[in-house]
Design a protein around this ligand. Structure first.
Ligand SMILES: [Zn+2]
Length: 443
């Protein structure tokens, strides 16, 4: 829904420029755990009309005095809300697994009910939201499809499907957090949706390797949209601006549309972040073998060069294109097993080996965008366990993808850059206010 999002960005920028009052009430209402997070003040002249999620500086510690067993909500009474970003190549079954829905009745209903058919045409970039019980029983599944809100809801012992035109409001939310254990722990504590956390991982993955670079006291600040239906959150929109301070190094991105509907993320000096390469084709994994010209080969039992990096992950984990490009090869090669080779900007190629399967439509000549799913982790070819063997070549010569200097995008034309700076100034100012507000420590 590019038009809707365009409108949202325009509304947000307009609001930032016009408004003078900060709505403190919203802050109070959204505090997730009073006493565990600490609020901070914002100067009265702050030009935000947005919700601020307070920095969380400690993990939630369970209170010493637990409520009496009688007062404790039973496991059946607890409702778990989860939200997942839909990516290209995702299936409904895969999405339900990620949403921790474990409910054969619900699945049978969605399979057979004609009014639930839209769940089989999921659009990448949108989100699915589910409420379940602890055992995975589905209570409601919501899909915001453009301006239609489709919901499958449990009603006693059966399900009903309803599709309504969503009278959507958007709210711009600011959140600032400090990493204590993991990014997701910090975003969860701030009640920042997972879809937004995933967008953060995507946005910074050219700069930060989230598998091994995160440190305690890393900080992030994010301005994003939240989609509301009659005051209730039904989905996460887009990250408008974000900052991540990793090991003392600051990284920033901001959303900007050069022409209406043609938006992308840029660095503060106006470089398109997608023109670079992701360091890893997997979101979370670990490196089992690095790039080396001589190593002991676990299958061949002799010294060989390892001209790539092995990222270990469970079978079925999605593999992403590390940059925009064209499929040069997708098929079987001895040793590599199922392998995809992508060509980028003429002289770069990337290779992804040992795949379990290719994503639908992946064949020579197909264009892919950075982050598109091109297949899943497997152990085809010569390998001792599930992993993706990833190679990065420049003019046919292998380089270590973890350390090679990545190409950067060319700068914007001056006229565009002027518009960009004008449009991003209010976001930058809000980010600065959030960053300069030191979170109080809870001790
Ligand atoms: Zn390898």
């Amino acid at each position: 829904m590019p038009q809707a999002q365009q409108r949202i960005v325009a509304q947000f920028l307009g609001r930032l420029l016009r408004s003078t009052a900060f709505r403190r009430t919203a802050l109070v209402l959204l505090l997730p755990f009073a006493g565990v997070v600490t609020s901070f003040g914002i100067a009265p002249d702050t030009v935000t009309d947005t919700v601020v999620r307070t920095p969380v500086v400690e993990q939630v510690v369970l209170p010493q005095a637990l409520p009496d067993a009688a007062e404790k909500p039973s496991a059946e009474a607890l409702i778990y809300w989860r939200e997942e970003l839909i990516r290209r190549g995702d299936t409904l079954a895969g999405m339900l697994a990620r949403l921790r829905v474990n409910d054969a009745d619900a699945l049978a209903f969605i399979n057979s009910a004609p009014e639930a058919r839209a769940f089989y045409q999921l659009t990448a970039g949108r989100t699915l939201r589910a409420a379940t019980r602890a055992d995975g029983t589905l209570l409601t599944l919501q899909y915001l499809n453009g301006d239609r809100l489709l919901a499958v809801t449990r009603d006693g012992d059966h399900y009903i499907a309803a599709e309504n035109s969503a009278a959507l409001d958007t709210r711009v939310v600011n959140a600032a957090g400090v990493i204590r254990s993991s990014l997701f722990a910090a975003t969860d504590a701030l009640d920042v949706p997972d879809a937004i956390a995933m967008q953060l991982v995507d946005l910074f993955s050219t700069e930060i390797d989230f598998r091994k670079d995160l440190r305690q006291d890393d900080r992030f600040t994010v301005i994003y949209e939240e989609l509301l239906e009659r005051g209730e959150r039904v989905g996460a929109g887009r990250v408008l601006s974000a900052e991540f301070v990793n090991q003392g190094r600051k990284h920033n991105v901001v959303w900007f549309e050069i022409t209406p509907g043609q938006g992308a993320y840029y660095t503060p000096d106006g470089r398109d972040i997608r023109k670079s390469f992701l360091r890893s084709p997997l979101e979370f994994s670990r490196v089992s073998s690095g790039f080396t010209m001589a190593r002991y080969h676990p299958v061949l039992h002799r010294m060989t060069a390892h001209k790539g990096v092995d990222f270990v992950a469970p079978i079925g984990t999605n593999i992403k294109a590390t940059a925009d490009g064209t499929v040069e090869f997708a098929g079987v090669q001895s040793g590599y097993g199922n392998v995809v080779i992508l060509r980028h900007q003429n002289k770069y190629t990337t290779l992804y080996a040992h795949m379990a399967r290719f994503a639908g439509g992946i064949s020579p000549g197909m264009r892919v965008q950075q982050g598109d799913i091109i297949g899943t982790v497997g152990m085809t070819g010569m390998t001792t366990g599930p992993h993706v063997h990833y190679e990065f070549r420049i003019d046919g010569v292998h380089h270590d993808p973890l350390s090679v200097a990545m190409p950067t995008a060319s700068p914007m034309p001056p006229a565009v850059k002027q518009r960009f700076l004008l449009a991003s100034a209010p976001l930058a100012r809000t980010m600065e206010l959030l960053r300069d507000t030191r979170p109080a420590t809870f001790e």
